[in-house]
Design a protein around this ligand. Sequence first.
Ligand SMILES: [Zn+2]
Length: 144
Amino acid sequence: MVTKGKQRIPVLAGAWTTPSSTREKPQLIGSKCRSCGEVYFPKRNKMLCPHCQKETLEDIKLSRRGKLDTFTVVMQKPGGGYYFGPVPYALGVIELPDAVYVEAPLKVEKFKDLSVGIDMELVIEKVWEDPDGNELIGFKFKPI
Ligand SMILES: [Zn+2]
């Protein structure tokens, strides 16, 4: 009998760093243009900067903390069958000090704890587990 090990599958491949020690924490990976300074998330696969049209993009590690710019509470499962997590859930946009906005689910005990402008921090954790025990791993932001 072959037993397949439980897999940890990222929702977006290569979107964050994998720490090599417990002292390090994961960071989202973006792209920054060396020419015009524009920052993108998720990172772009090509060197071409859509803003200035030069091939001067490089990967950067984004800040782990930012401010909640806007959010909503989703009460109903989105259609299409591609969302498996529980509802309701909070979805927000985080403004990072790297001059980029990141859309992400929010990890929060009570939705009333959320308000625009509060400090948020990145967490990487299980989003969902499939019937075979494989874990889907995603990024979220939680209030600090
Ligand atoms: Zn540019």
